[in-house]
Design a protein around this ligand. Structure first.
Ligand SMILES: [Zn+2]
Length: 284
């Protein structure tokens, strides 16, 4: 009996491993179609995220993501999309959110129910990770709406841009943590494998110039997460869509406080991010 079991296991292990590895690694394949990427500058004009003094996160993410957009757009191997510009959500996205609101709500509802069923059977284990601010109802529709759009439009990658913060007594108080963090989907989520490679590729570029986070929960700078909608929580992103959420640093950090150094940081961060994305898809 033991021998049979052993043979069976010996057979199953290679099968398991070959199935787990995707047939062609993205960095070695030569895609014919352009790579489709959606850039999401975090937050918006209504709910702007973190704030230090008069500097608002939503404005920062827009400048940075727009620079990455312009850099990627120069490379014909990419087809790039962005959710917002200086006048708010682009027509494509504003229309999508308003015209498909009911569909987005049922998309979110179905995904949550399927995930709850997996949790109930034990095939998905919920973990306590970094506590994120819970999102408002409208923000949840925007974020699930983006995922639904990403699935329907077959994006190869979606990249969310953010600047970090944690509760401080006032908006002028300089906090104690520093550095960037890349959030990526938890290993149990369908799109985790490729996403972690993309995260690693962007990390290795940003780490050339910037330190990774000093917040204890973010030590190491690459953090798996199963709750962030942006990353495909409740398996709302296609398995072959890579998703990452980059927190480019804490909003009160010295380099962001002054306009000149802030703009220098955007430029450097945009260049490094673009390099990280390009290396992931086309190799170094
Ligand atoms: Zn944010």
């Amino acid at each position: 009996m033991k021998k049979i079991l052993f043979i069976l296991i010996a057979f199953l292990i290679p099968v398991f491993f070959t199935q787990a590895v995707s047939p062609v690694s993205k960095s070695t394949s030569k895609p014919v179609e352009p790579i489709r990427i959606l850039l999401v500058p975090g937050h918006d004009n209504e709910v702007w995220g973190a704030q230090y003094g008069n500097i608002k996160e939503a404005n920062m993410t827009l400048v940075l993501a727009t620079q990455v957009y312009n850099l990627l757009k120069k490379d014909k191997r990419f087809e790039v999309y962005i959710t917002r510009d200086s006048s708010g959500y682009t027509k494509e996205f504003a229309d999508y959110f308003s015209q498909h609101k009911e569909d987005i709500i049922s998309f979110r509802q179905n995904a949550k129910q399927e995930m709850q069923a997996k949790v109930a059977t034990g095939s998905f284990v919920q973990k306590e990770t970094v506590i994120h601010n819970s999102v408002t109802k409208d923000t949840s529709i925007v974020l699930y709406g983006i995922n639904k759009w990403v699935d329907e439009n077959k994006m190869d990658a979606v990249i969310h841009f953010h600047f970090n913060d944690y509760p401080r007594p006032t908006k002028w108080k300089i906090g104690e943590y520093k550095g960037f963090t890349i959030y990526m989907p938890d290993g149990q989520l369908a799109n985790s494998k490729e996403s972690s490679k993309l995260a690693g590729s962007i990390f290795s570029q940003l780490h050339k110039k910037y330190q990774s986070s000093t917040l204890p929960e973010e030590i190491g700078g690459m953090v798996p997460d199963q709750k962030l909608i942006a990353l495909g929580a409740n398996d709302t992103l296609n398995p072959d869509t890579s998703s990452v959420l980059v927190e480019y640093g804490y909003i009160y950090e010295k380099m962001f406080r002054k306009s000149s150094t802030r703009h220098q940081a955007y430029k450097t961060m945009a260049g490094l991010t673009t390099k990280g994305i390009t290396n992931y898809f086309f190799g170094k």
